[in-house]
Design a binder for this molecule. Structure first.
Ligand SMILES: [Zn+2]
Length: 80
């Protein structure tokens, strides 16, 4: 699907929707967006790698916050 022609208004709406999806990492307070993997698991993705309107996880472009979080070790410990 190709959406070349977007007017400004729809971009604003997409940006606002994007902003509402942004969450904060509890460990380092980074801006993250939650995605669901193919396996049905929730994965936090660095907000900077996600464009507005993207809802499908694409690990060729999206960076898992688990990989970049400076306190990732705490995530793992918290889950145990
Ligand atoms: Zn973090």
């Amino acid at each position: 699907m190709i959406l070349d022609e977007r007017d400004d208004e729809s971009e604003d709406v997409a940006d606002a929707r994007h902003e509402r999806r942004v969450a904060r990492c509890r460990s380092c307070n980074a801006r993250i967006i939650w995605f669901t993997t193919d396996g049905g698991k929730k994965m936090p993705v660095d907000e900077g790698t996600v464009e507005a309107g993207e809802y499908v996880l694409d690990l060729s472009r999206h960076r898992s916050h688990f990989a970049t979080c400076p306190k990732a070790a705490q995530h793992r410990r918290a889950k145990a």
